[in-house]
Design a binder for this molecule. Structure first.
Ligand code: BTN
Length: 329
């Protein structure tokens, strides 16, 4: 608790020096407790300068996560207004799915500094090293038909792109269905998991899990994975990135569910789509086929042209650029 309060106080005064005496008075704890808390926070990756005879300063570039640091950039009505922040979790999606969501508001967010068994699509794991990414899950309670679940993923992909663009000044792209790319490398993965009411054929809740690489990329995946650090040369953006993604997610989600702007959202998704006009390999379970990407259809499914000239929509599966890719005329 002392650590949390000290961090909150420093966050409120980020960039300026706060004396040990002031912290001790304001938080009603001893100077020794303040000193211990500062050291523990430093160990957790918060960049706090200790200035001899003057006090402590949380640097502008400190990349440590904190509730206050995130809240400072939030401009939502509901998303992220209630959140929990963990140093480490097996998986933020799993945590949220195991909670009694009937007591949680829509937009409730579970955030972790690192995950020990981060979950990816198709049963894969999502490598989630502490402090080198942002890993969070948001609870949605949409009143929608099951067929609209793909649209939630579409909304999330658009929201993450907008957030990454705003925070990093880049132009993020989408690889269907929900991988976010920059400069040919994956920056972010999204995993949406829905609970449905079988009799009513409606969605009860959706947990949207987002993982964005922000720091050093493991050398084993350097050719395929990118990060915010690689794209901008900067650290210190994690709190803002989480908040901006929540801001954009709320906006796109409300545009879809309340304002009925599905067409506009699909258009934005299409504009950001990779591989339009390219030949790809589609992997659906054990089957694989080759087709040319045309775009996405009204339901958010991938629209492709088959080698014989026909068209079809791919509802789920994985796609890969075909080695000897060709562009259609
Ligand atoms: C993918 O690329 O296959 C999807 C990756 C989704 C990862 C995020 S990180 C936060 C949330 N918790 C998880 O366990 N997974 C998602």
């Amino acid at each position: 608790m002392v650590q949390r309060n000290v961090l909150e106080y420093l966050e409120k005064n980020r960039g300026t020096v706060v004396t040990g005496g002031e912290l001790s008075r304001q938080l009603n704890v001893s100077r020794t407790a303040v000193w211990k808390a500062i050291h523990a926070l430093q160990d957790k990756g918060h960049e706090i300068e200790v200035l001899a005879n003057s006090g402590y300063r949380l640097t502008e570039s400190s990349d440590g996560l904190s509730e206050r640091g995130i809240a400072e950039f939030l401009n939502t009505r509901a998303f992220g207004r209630q959140m929990e922040l963990h140093e480490s979790l097996p998986s933020t999606n799993r945590r949220l799915r195991e909670m009694d969501i009937s007591n949680l508001p829509e937009g409730y967010a579970v955030i972790a500094d690192g995950q020990s068994s981060g979950r990816g699509r198709s049963g894969r794991t999502f490598y989630s090293p502490a402090r080198e990414g942002v890993y969070f899950s948001v609870l949605l309670k949409p009143d929608m038909e099951i067929s609209d679940v793909t649209m939630i993923t579409v909304c999330a992909a658009v929201a993450v792109c907008r957030a990454v663009d705003a925070v990093c000044g880049i132009s993020a792209k989408i690889k269907w269905v929900n991988d976010i790319f920059n400069d040919g490398k994956k920056l972010c993965g999204i995993l949406s998991e829905a609970s449905v009411s079988a009799e009513l054929r409606r969605i009860d809740s959706v947990v949207v899990g987002i993982g964005i690489n922000t720091g050093v990329v493991d050398s084993a995946v350097k050719n395929i994975a990118g990060s915010i650090l690689e794209a901008t040369g900067k650290r210190g953006l994690r709190n803002r990135l989480i908040a901006e993604t929540l801001n954009q997610l709320e906006d796109v989600y409300l545009a879809f569910s309340l304002r009925r702007e599905k067409k506009e959202i699909l258009a934005e998704y299409s504009e950001r789509m990779l591989y339009i006009g390219k030949r790809i390999e589609i992997i659906e379970g054990a089957a694989s086929s080759i087709a040319t990407v045309l775009g996405i259809d009204d339901a958010g499914a991938l629209l492709v042209r088959l080698p014989g000239g026909g068209r079809r929509s791919v509802i789920s599966g994985e796609i890969k650029i075909f080695e000897s890719e060709e562009t259609i005329q």
